[in-house]
Design a protein around this ligand. Sequence first.
Ligand code: SF4
Ligand code: SF4
Length: 283
Amino acid sequence: MSKLDLSRHPCFNKKAKGGCGRIHLPVAPKCNIQCNFCNRKYDCVNESRPGVTSAVLTPVQAVEYLKEVQRLEGSLTVAGIAGPGDPMANAPQTLETIARVRSEFPDLLLCLSSNGLNLPDHVTELKKLGVTHATVTVNAIDPETGKDIYAWVRDSKVAYQGREAASLLWSRQKEAILKLRENGILVKMNSIVLPGINDHHIQDIAEKAGEMDVSLLNCIPVHPSPGARFENIDEPDKAFIDSLRKKASQHVPQMTHCRRCRADAVGLLDRDRSLELAPVMRD
Ligand code: SF4
Ligand code: SF4
């Protein structure tokens, strides 16, 4: 593997967003938790706008698709897996895709975005495969708040609810983030801002992110999927998000240029080509 320039990830480095593009390979359809703002029929809002990915690909198809896209879109510096479910709830497909991409595209940075539940067990392997960047979505570190965010969290074959679910999820997220950092993988934390549910708690999350050596906190205004339990929750406005970020920046640097990309995003953050290139994926 050639020496990779870690600064060429447009989400972790705003200065790179004009010249460095990313591709999300949609190989991970299943999810292991149920967030109350998400309706799985519509996609993961963990990293995606509601709206299904154009297709779900196998690892082999994903690499063929990437070869074709790289011919058409010269900006790509990062390949990531961000759904449409959770990459680690589809660990075999995710790991195989990453291994194939690493072997065919040694110059691409590799990244993934996960809710963290099944992440700790795979960090060593992800490091070995050359993953350089990871995002963990943390919407609560306090189970009293988290109990209202997750309908259930499923670990192996057991489904947890309420405080128990939220507590288990945060304990795995914490373990995953610490392991990622120990392995030198850069970590971004996403927090979906849910007015009246966790907005009072974002500063606690920011403080924890700072303590855990997270590179960036990305406070994302909720954009609930139709049919989700929170489908009528108000989407916070820009002024509110700006004020949360300003306070949170005392603890950890803030991401301010997130585009809430689809699970099949392609190209520069400000010039997404996923819809235009969808026919290539379906070929
Ligand atoms: Fe939906 Fe993502 Fe939450 Fe899973 S982790 S329920 S796909 S928002
Ligand atoms: Fe980057 Fe945000 Fe898009 Fe993820 S959703 S690839 S963090 S811009």
